[in-house]
Structures are given as C-alpha cells and as structure tokens.
Design a protein around this ligand. Sequence first.
Ligand SMILES: [Zn+2]
Length: 253
Amino acid sequence: MKEFKLERMTYFDSEEYAKKGSIVMLPVSPLEAHGPHLPLSVDILGAETMAESSVEKLNSQGIPAVMAPVLPIGISNASIMFNGTISVKPETLKSVISDIAESFKQHKFKGMAIITQHLEKAHFETLMEVSEELTKRDIHTMTANPIGKTGDVLFKMLSGDMPQGDLHAGELETSFCLWKCPELVKTEIMKDLKPCYVERKKEPEEKWDFIKAGATDCYIGAPALGRAELGEPIYEVIVEAIVQEVESWASSL
Ligand SMILES: [Zn+2]
C-alpha cells in the first residue's frame, strides 16, 4: 500500500497526489473527558482511525486520497468543566479549518473532507457551516456524517438497554478503546460503572452540559458492557459509510 499520510511524505510525493486529482481527508476532534475510565484522546484516536481506514479504502477503489494529521481542537462546551478538555470558539474552529483548506487549494488538491468523532451539536454544525462557506468560495469542502447515516445499524450491535442513548464513553466508545488502546482503559473502574442514560434534552443545546443532564462522571451509556471484539466491526460500519459519502462527493467535483 502506497503511503497516504501527508506527514510521512515529501513535498514531491504530495504534489504527485495533487496532480492525480486527490482529495485530502482532515480528521478534526478535540481532547475531551470521556468518563473516569477512558483517555482524553478517545475522539482524536477515533477520528484518526476512521480517516486512516477510509483513505486506504478510497485509494484501493481508485479514488486518490491523502490524509492530513489530526487537528486536535473542537467545540466542547458540554464537557469543558472536566479537567483536560479543550474547547475553542466556533470562529476559531472555522478560521483554522479555512486556513488549512486554503493551503490545500493552493496546492491544487481537489477538495477536503472533514471527519470527526466528536458529535456535540455546536461542533458538528460549525464544521458543516464552514464546509458550505468554503465550497461557496470554490474551495470544495465537506463534512462526513457517518454516525447520522449508520446510527440504526450501530445501535443494533450494542447490547445495552437503551443503545440509542449510548452517546458518550459508553458501550460503543469503551469498546473502541478496548480494541484500539487497551493500555489506556482503566478496566477496574470501567467494570463497576453503572449505566447512565439521560433524558432527551429539554433545554436548548447551547445551555446543555453533562452536569446539568445528570451525567456527573462524564459518560452517557453503559461503559461496563464495552468489549474489545465489538470495536473493529463498529468502525467497519462507520468507515463504509464514510467511503460511500466521500466517494459520491469526490466524483461530483
Ligand atoms: Zn467521544
């Protein structure tokens, strides 16, 4: 498999990809608290995993693509009270992403596809907005929405009582970490965590946070049900959805 990570290429290799009409995939997710049992990097590792597998698959299907290093920022208003979480303002996120997209445009890449694992509404909407704004300026950019497209399939793979309520550091993300970075999971703490499901938010999203919702340990779902063997199949479903979405977008450019 040919190298597809920009950080491991020379500028000649990058130019070769650009000349072939390649797109760039940019993973974007912040450092964020994920319960008392998972590392702050869950969404960073998740976005990186999605991007690696998607870009590899796109290339094997004849859609030239490269991967940029993870941009480790995002909007995390709902969890900013937990130590180690970082949150930037929407205008900061837009500004950094625009500058990155302009650089790739200057180097003649065909477009930029953003991938995120962090699904806080303000964060995801900002990514969608900046993608539209850039595209209007002829800098083709999209934000993939694999969870939105595969939610029903994913929920069926989970075994908790309320799989659709497994939103943060629960069965799904704990399984991901047990597969991808088991050495960072505090399993002794994990196995004693009681399921925590929160009611659908009555408050507007911008006023909602983990503490107000009753998720005082910064997890929503059933972490104790996490298992390593579930991690890979879940990400296969997600990657398949990304590849389809990016492929149809790239072929329309
Ligand atoms: Zn997460």
